[in-house]
Design a protein around this ligand. Sequence first.
Ligand SMILES: Nc1ncnc2c1ncn2[C@@H]1O[C@H](COP(=O)(O)OP(=O)(O)OP(=O)(O)O)[C@@H](O)[C@H]1O
Ligand SMILES: [Mg+2]
Length: 258
Amino acid sequence: MSATPITKLPAASTGTGDSRQEEPEGNALLTLDHVTKAFTGKDGSPLEILHPTTLNIGHGERIAIVGPSGSGKSTLLSLLGTLDMPTSGTLRYDGENVAAMGERRRSELRAERIGFVFQQFHLIATVSALENVMTGLQYTDLPRRERRERAAEALEQVGLGERLHHRPSQLSGGEQQRVAIARALAKQPDIIFADEPTGALDTDTGHAIIELLLRAADQGASLVVVTHDPNIAARFPRRLHIQDGMVTELDEGGVRHA
Ligand SMILES: Nc1ncnc2c1ncn2[C@@H]1O[C@H](COP(=O)(O)OP(=O)(O)OP(=O)(O)O)[C@@H](O)[C@H]1O
Ligand SMILES: [Mg+2]
């Protein structure tokens, strides 16, 4: 037993309480150390959209990000997913400083280890579900046959084993989002980022999509979902709230903590 309880560490960190105490950051998949993001305002001066943010995301952790429109949720997700770079501070992925990686290494990281799911599905309209999922693997060096097998397995996993050859227009919105989730899962990613994945779906379909993401993450991936829906956020063991670029942790009762 450790003498000092550490309550804010990722729930899914491996090891005993003692080892967590020694190397909490070493166990995290993503660490942010005073990370900020600024854009150039209309008058040309810098506008800080994300204020200094320090947090860890553990392996296998499930996190919901909530907050009003324009508060910085997608901005934070882009930084976490290495799609955009911090203006200041340090972002580490598995201990490696993302700013020091170079764009090529970052694209490899995204292609091979990070899954993305968006509100508008972002599927290719002219090809089948199977080929859409295979595009998620196109930058890996897996042979085509294996990409095809993995894609079919991922579609099976999201309940679309009977729809491999349907095009997006032949699928419902919920099914299209399942294809997008299968595309993320086929990589067997370290982490899945989903920005309002239920935003274009009705309530019941949206909830089914969240349950699917949570189940998929059971296989070991971390999961970070942006949502406006408090009922969806309540399904996540950890919730972050953003308002005007300030990130706080919500406790079980929904109270904010700095
Ligand atoms: N590339 C950019 N250049 C300038 N300002 C930007 C840029 N991207 C985002 N912003 C601004 O940053 C703020 C946060 O935007 P962001 O998209 O992160 O909000 P959000 O919380 O995801 O909102 P929503 O719930 O509407 O999706 C907004 O004021 C937005 O206008
Ligand atoms: Mg957004």
